[in-house]
Write a new protein. Structure first.
Lengths: 439, 439
């Protein structure tokens, strides 16, 4: 093979990173692939985004369709993001016999099954290492490293923006809104941050990992998802006093034929490695039946880390093309290995809980609340009630940890507690991941 | 393809693990590979080792040569360990057109280049994920996940026995000999533990990672190697007072065309993730040019973790056979990507150092020692001299941290200091890895 031709759709951060790496590491890439990989076309509606790439004139185009129909292009790299036009372009590229590399977690979590089936039908590869945890090769690890093994559970810090905000709140005692504004100024958070801080981005990545790891199709709408926007510096401070850090986790645990999958802020024991994952870093703590506990840590975003994951996928496909084999590693969902598994409704999970209540500062309040919890089969393991104010009548916080309880019982208790006149704000509830363990 | 036939040589811990996994996970392995993988032969000189495997009568043999010459066997799995007869059997298997999977780090670190060349010549694969860090897929990560990237440096805890001993010394304040004896009783250390505790096993794994990561042939005899047998509970206690944990590390750092590679006990900052790797666990902290810092953590040994890595390699080759392609990922050393790189002599490294001196308890001692260090261009950053005894004339320890200094200067200073009459024991020197950083 003389060389492999690549066409990139979208020159945002990741597209620019991939193009830069293809250029600056060209000699290394050629040696390790066995042939040169050439960027033949790069499409973006915004010409100014090619600045800093010094692309030859003939490489830039504003017409994505011309890239996916170019008969010389072997691999189409979709880095536009979002659902449309990304979905249509990828489907057409697959239909045209192009291999596809994508970093698009929204697309895969919504339409993965359709895209994997199209790749199978047309005999081409679809690779997506960069869609989860940027520079950490977790997709490859699950598909190849743990190929003979069963994943029992995993806990992922998969969104750099949320982790950055929680880290700074923890380090500085700052409140959510202040850190978010600063993160937006620094470019670590979008102008509209809902996608990151409400857990949607983490949910998308969780869906991809479940489809890969368990071989079942997942409806993302059925997965309980809660973000970090209600976390206050009070929660962080009291979690710390109790020996925990608060992290936004993607959680997935298999028990028999049930998959318990959720996204929510979680109290992580401070000695656990996941508690040491700071700022914009990502990590996945994963436990399999045979290999046992493992952890994978690295940058979850950024031009070069994510760009490098994209280029690793391009090289994997180019290596496959040289050897004239495809689907060496079966496509996700292709092996039906997940038959019989199903998602567990969140109401059926068991967990310990952290509660922050905002209540009237008067006698008998604690017993009323404990009474509601008790009637719902929830027992309290510890309570911190901060010193009552002298003037009374004010609002004070109560912090509680519970013993293990059933989520449906806890939700019933929450509804009853929040209806009490003496409860002044909606109670904050954070689940505890005591069961995470590294050994 | 109907099925792929495997022959295992050696039914020790790893061989038994691989055989068990091939059996208990057979349905999953068949689905994910696209065809069944059958254990056709299992050879061991000791028949009793097949107990617990319930192998069919026709599978067991005591004749390894009959396995590598069996025309129906596609993949030979060498799990005998050591240099001979493993080397001859692997070479003959490759010559017979068999793919080879091995977990043998001693073999690869001594004869890797010869074996890789033989695999290339005969058009077959040689896979060795299980040779480094057991269940952690670090070989795959370097060859595929980081294919377009350059490794700048890595720090590995690669020997579970040494890490177990250091962990228990740290947790319990116990001394080396006591913990070693207990580890031997528990089966975590061999009757002859030299291989593990003197750093040889770590050195073998370091050599494999260097050949893979940098594409250069390495002479293991040129790599500075020091074990943990001289570490005392005093060193561990004082390292902890200074904010460090002592770990046996494989260190490799690239600077220009020089590779600084070493194995020795190292002071690791206590906040660093590597300091959180306890007991028999392994971890590799690795930094690349584009992806940046990453860490990979998991079990480095054990029947099922290492057996699973072996079976993952078998599956990778079986998947390749189904698609009729080999050397999709180039063999180590095949791409000449390391031309121009060479090992840096240890005398040229720069480091900070921890020193424990055992000296006469009398005035002027510290100034004599500081004088020797100063004349060798070494400056002291902190000193702990424990309270002098009332009676004088006794031996007391002095603990020092130095600023960054050159290894050759430090070795000269050590020779001069150890020659002083007031120095009663050979001075303990441990290098500090302040430069490790996760962000």
């Amino acid at each position: 093979m003389k060389h492999v031709n690549v066409g990139i759709l979208g020159l945002g951060t990741v597209g620019t990173g991939a193009a830069k790496i293809l250029k600056k590491n060209a000699a290394l890439i050629t040696k390790r692939t066995g042939c040169p990989i050439r960027l033949k076309k790069a499409a973006d509606v915004d010409r100014s985004r090619t600045r800093g790439l010094s692309l030859p004139e003939c490489v830039y185009t504003n017409d994505a369709a011309s890239v996916i129909s170019d008969p010389e292009i072997d691999i189409v790299v979709e880095l536009i993001g979002g659902l449309e036009p990304a979905r249509s372009l990828v489907l057409q590229a697959l239909k045209n016999g192009k291999h596809v590399v994508t970093a698009n977690k929204a697309l895969l979590s919504h339409h993965g099954a359709e895209l994997y089936a199209a790749a199978a039908r047309h005999g081409v590869e679809i690779a997506f290492e960069a869609s989860v945890a940027g520079g950490i090769p977790i997709i490859r690890t699950i598909r190849e490293g743990f190929a003979p093994d069963r994943i029992l559970k995993f806990y992922g810090i998969l969104n750099g923006t949320s982790n950055y905000i929680l880290s700074r709140m923890t380090d500085e005692g700052a409140d959510f809104a202040t850190v978010l504004r600063d993160a937006q100024d620094k470019g670590y958070a979008e102008a509209d941050p809902a996608f990151d801080i409400e857990g949607i981005d983490t949910l998308h990545k969780l869906c991809i990992l479940i489809e890969l790891g368990y071989g079942i199709r997942v409806d993302y709408r059925k997965i309980y998802t809660e973000g970090i926007s209600r976390i206050t510096s009070l929660d962080i401070e009291h979690a710390r006093e109790l020996g925990y850090r608060i992290k936004l986790l993607a959680i997935c645990r298999r028990a028999g034929s049930l998959i318990d999958a959720r996204v929510h802020p979680t109290l992580v024991p401070e000695q656990h490695m996941l508690a040491q994952v700071h700022r914009t870093f990502n990590a996945i703590f994963l436990e399999t039946a045979d290999v046992g506990p493992t952890m994978f840590y690295g940058r979850g975003a950024g031009m070069l880390p994510t760009g490098s994951a994209v280029v690793a996928d391009i090289m994997a496909i180019a290596r496959t093309m040289r050897s004239a084999c495809t689907h060496r590693v079966p496509l996700p969902l292709a092996d039906a290995s997940g038959s019989g598994l199903r998602l567990q409704p969140v109401k059926d999970i068991q967990s310990r809980y952290y509660l922050r209540l905002s209540v009237d500062d008067r006698p008998g309040v604690l017993s009323r609340i404990a009474g509601v919890l008790g009637r719902n089969r929830i027992s309290i393991s510890s309570v911190i009630q901060k010193g009552r104010t002298s003037r009374g009548g004010a609002t004070v916080p109560i912090f509680m940890l519970t013993h293990e309880a059933r989520e449906s019982d806890m939700q019933n208790a929450m509804r009853q507690i929040n209806r009490l006149a003496l409860v002044r704000q909606k109670t904050m509830l954070i689940r505890i991941a005591d069961e995470i363990s590294g050994e």
